[in-house]
Ligand binder design. Structure first.
Ligand code: TXA
Ligand code: MG
Length: 334
């Protein structure tokens, strides 16, 4: 099997052609197929959330452990309410950040809309209302939730382009929607909301500061011993090449991933990319996975020894960037 490409790169939203292409993707999902779809964060691998077989295919295609639950993506608040019990605090967060890169983990309702496989035996369910017009149009068209993990093989870099999805999963899925690169570039922030208590499970597109400003109190830290989100396994989002963090120069034969032009002019790394020459963290997040992937490809091609990365400030979306870099640099599970 080789995934068919559904091209939206020159299809204006709202026109007849846009609707025709959405219907084509919807029909594949309605018949239990897998469609990789852009969201504002990264490309997701979508399946009809209530179809057990389709959900099972996600785990096989990704090589994902079955204990790792999936995020249910909805197109409006009503659909969210039908799946989870949102406390007033959860509701306030949803009202502020949806549609957008925030995932809320809340007590799940007893509903046939979500395959038990996607829940992985948990009583909670992760829900997100994405901002991307294609993802939302697709969910509305199907009329029910889509589960969607990032569209990469488990443990490797998340894709921010259709090309990256094709390379990793093209042989295992039915279709890939191409709508160009993702805007945010790192995955959604995941919070768990139990009554008034908000716990950060994964930093992401909405910053800690933004959430704390809204709630008026510091986010709780997650209990270290317990893996609530297996995306938190130490090694995750990893390139094939070894990665060294917080460097001010590259070793001989090493590629360099820079931020804000920090490297000395005299340094000549074997390959070089700057996440944001102007030192803009949002731009750095947008480029993160695609630059890591490009340097990784160069490392393989030119037999380089690895990638060194410059330090990145930890404020705003910098927290998510540092989180992904730390996991990419962690000792590998395999
Ligand atoms: O931006 C995103 O969130 C992207 C796009 C496609 O929406 N999706 C994404 O999904 O990153 P995934 O599966 O790659 O990461 C979701 C994380 C996993 O680490 C999973 O363990 C965690 O969310 N998760 C899902 N349900 C959970 C639950 N009930 N409790 C705690 N963690 C949960
Ligand atoms: Mg993922």
């Amino acid at each position: 099997m080789c995934a068919q490409l559904i091209d939206f790169t020159s299809t204006p939203k709202g026109g007849a052609e846009f609707q025709a292409r959405i219907s084509r993707a919807r029909d594949i999902l309605d018949h239990g197929g897998l469609v990789a779809t852009p969201t504002e964060t990264v490309y997701g691998l979508c399946a009809d959330a209530k179809n057990d077989e389709a959900v099972a295919k996600i785990y096989t295609a990704k090589g994902r452990p079955s204990f790792n639950p999936l995020i249910a993506h909805v197109s409006d608040m009503e659909m969210a309410h039908s799946l989870v019990d949102l406390s007033p605090m959860a509701h306030k967060l949803a009202a502020a950040f949806w549609p957008g890169p925030l995932t809320i983990v809340a007590p799940g309702r007893d509903t046939a809309q979500i395959s038990p496989l996607a829940r992985a035996g948990l009583s909670t369910l992760a829900v997100r209302l994405p901002a991307h017009p294609i993802m939302r149009a697709l969910i509305s068209s199907l009329g029910r939730a889509l589960v969607a993990p990032s569209a990469n093989r488990s443990g490797s870099l998340s894709p921010t382009t259709a090309e990256a999805v094709m390379e990793g999963l093209g042989a295992h899925i039915d279709a890939i929607i191409d709508a160009g690169p993702c805007e945010v570039g790192v995955e959604s922030t995941i919070i768990k909301v139990a009554a008034d208590q908000v716990t950060l499970l994964r930093p992401g597109g909405v910053s800690r500061e933004q959430i704390e400003t809204l709630t008026g109190s510091a986010l709780s830290a997650r209990e270290q011993a317990k893996i609530e989100a297996p995306g938190m396994l130490a090694s995750h989002y990893a390139p094939r090449a070894p990665l060294r963090l917080n460097r001010d120069h590259a070793a001989p034969g090493e590629a360099f991933l820079d931020f804000a032009g920090s490297i000395a002019d005299t340094d000549q790394p074997a390959a070089y990319l700057d996440l944001s020459p102007s030192g803009n963290l949002a731009e750095a997040a947008t480029n993160l996975f695609s630059y890591l992937r490009q340097l990784d490809i160069l490392c393989q091609r030119d037999n380089l020894r690895g990638i060194a990365a410059a330090p990145i400030p930890g404020d705003a979306i910098g927290e998510a960037i540092n989180d992904r870099l730390a996991r990419a640099a962690a000792p590998r599970n395999d």
